[in-house]
Design a protein around this ligand. Structure first.
Ligand SMILES: [Mg+2]
Length: 450
């Protein structure tokens, strides 16, 4: 970085890493049942012009520690030179090294090898640079802003009855908002899933839905998908069992689902010595359905092999795995190749929502409706002007940077909640013990099939 001193953009004067927690429902996935609380890490950068930049990424003490270790790379650096800062962090060896397996088998303990914590710093820098240049973050990514609004999907989940546990799940049964009531109550039948979808559509205007599978046997979950299509014939519907099905099962469950499923996400994974990419290629050949993934293509080398095998149609390129800049680069390549970009999500706060929206706003071509868990957290804003889903879409704010302003009172309350938790590591097997004593994660068995 020699030879370019005094560029004249503001300098980072402070970096805060604040771990936070929020409330969640007993949402069911292949990994088990969501705990009453989810965790995230917030990054707040301050620069010498007095501006604040925001970023958010996955939660837990490992990631908080990793982010803390980046401070010496960030403080004192000019915002205009942020790419060099991110590059130095990535070359520092401080970011988690991939052990090679990735999340093909969805082991949550492996997630830290896939999450790129520096994305939270990239976001905070972009927020500051956008404010300095009076441009929205999406104008600073890829070829600049490509769209004014971003479509999001309604992420539907089976929910277990929290009253079967003594865990402190949030109770919204007396809330005046129908969605807020429905999102906390037991939802285990096709009828209840349809009710959940209709309530979400009523509140947010979704045209596109995804059912999180890997909970019951696949044919039972397909019944719910058919019920959704029957109730909402114009809606686009997909399912994501997180690779729970064998190739043979996946082909069986998906037979006859053309015209009902818009795409299938990670129907199967590695088996019998074949990689998840090879098995997904065989699934596509057999069913001719469109296939999406956030499990077999989570980095550039995997993208090469997945593309060579034609193992997918849609990459759900979560900025937490690819960085914001990398996710847009993926989108540009997919668009040139006639393939499709989308975005995977986990539980998150409104800063992530803004990061996703700006990333998606910089992607070219026909992207698929963005995943977001936001509807399960709606009402827990950390910012004063959190983005809103209206008519199934989020409008890109006409403001510099991310276009959101942090509310430190709310952040510190979310930090208090985090500090009250016994453990900060996600473990979806804990709540499962109340439903099935001795329950253990099995990447090939839906969580309620034991
Ligand atoms: Mg997925």
């Amino acid at each position: 970085m020699e030879g370019f001193s005094m560029r004249g953009t503001p300098v980072i004067t402070d970096m805060q890493v604040i771990p936070v927690a929020g409330y969640d429902s007993m949402l069911m996935t292949l990994s088990g049942a969501h705990a009453p609380f989810f965790t995230r890490n917030i990054v707040i950068l301050k620069d010498s012009s007095g501006s604040t930049g925001l970023g958010e990424t996955h939660g837990g003490d490992d990631i908080a520690k990793t982010l803390e270790s980046f401070k010496s790379y960030v403080i004192g650096q000019e915002i205009g030179n942020y790419r060099a800062v991110i590059d130095r962090i990535q070359k520092s060896g401080l970011t988690a090294g991939d052990d090679g397996e990735g999340i093909q088998k969805l082991n949550l303990k492996k997630l830290k090898f896939v999450v790129r914590a520096e994305t939270a710093i990239e976001s905070a820098f972009l927020d500051l640079l956008g404010k300095f240049m009076n441009l929205p973050v999406c104008a600073l990514l890829g070829n600049g802003q490509q769209r004014k609004e971003v479509e999001t999907l309604g992420y539907l989940f089976y929910i277990s009855d929290r009253n079967r546990t003594d865990l402190p799940y949030i109770d919204e049964s007396s809330n005046s908002d129908a969605w807020f009531r429905i999102r906390r109550r037991e939802t285990l039948t096709p009828e209840a899933i349809v009710e959940q979808a209709l309530a979400a559509r009523e509140k947010y205007g979704f045209r596109c839905f995804k059912l999180k599978g890997g909970v019951f046997k696949g044919d039972q979950e397909m019944e719910a998908v058919r019920a959704l299509k029957k109730a909402m014939p114009d809606a686009r519907i997909s399912i994501d069992p997180n690779g729970a099905w064998s190739l043979e099962e996946a082909i069986g469950y998906c037979r006859g689902m053309q015209g009902i499923l818009t795409y299938v996400e990670d129907p199967c994974g590695p088996e019998r010595g074949f990689s998840g990419r090879e098995i997904m290629c065989e699934f596509k050949n057999a069913t001719q359905l469109r296939v999406a993934t956030n499990m077999i293509v989570t980095n550039w080398r995997q993208l090469y092999h997945g593309t060579s095998l034609r193992a997918f149609d849609i990459v759900l390129a979560d900025p937490n795995f690819w960085n914001m800049d990398g996710s847009v680069r993926v989108a540009q390549m997919l668009d040139e190749w006639g393939l499709t970009w989308g975005c995977h999500s986990n539980n998150h706060f409104d800063i992530t929502l803004a990061m996703y929206v700006h990333t998606a706003a910089a992607t070219p071509g026909n992207i698929t409706a963005m995943d977001t868990h936001w509807i399960w957290q709606d009402g827990q804003d950390l910012c004063r002007n959190a983005m809103k889903i209206k008519d199934g879409k989020i409008e890109v704010p006409n403001a510099p940077g991310l276009g959101i302003d942090i509310d430190m009172d709310r952040v510190m309350k979310a930090n208090e909640l985090y500090n009250k938790m016994d453990s900060h590591d996600r473990d979806d097997s804990v709540a499962m013990q109340y439903l099935i004593p001795g329950w253990k994660f099995d990447s090939k068995r839906p969580c309620l099939v034991r």
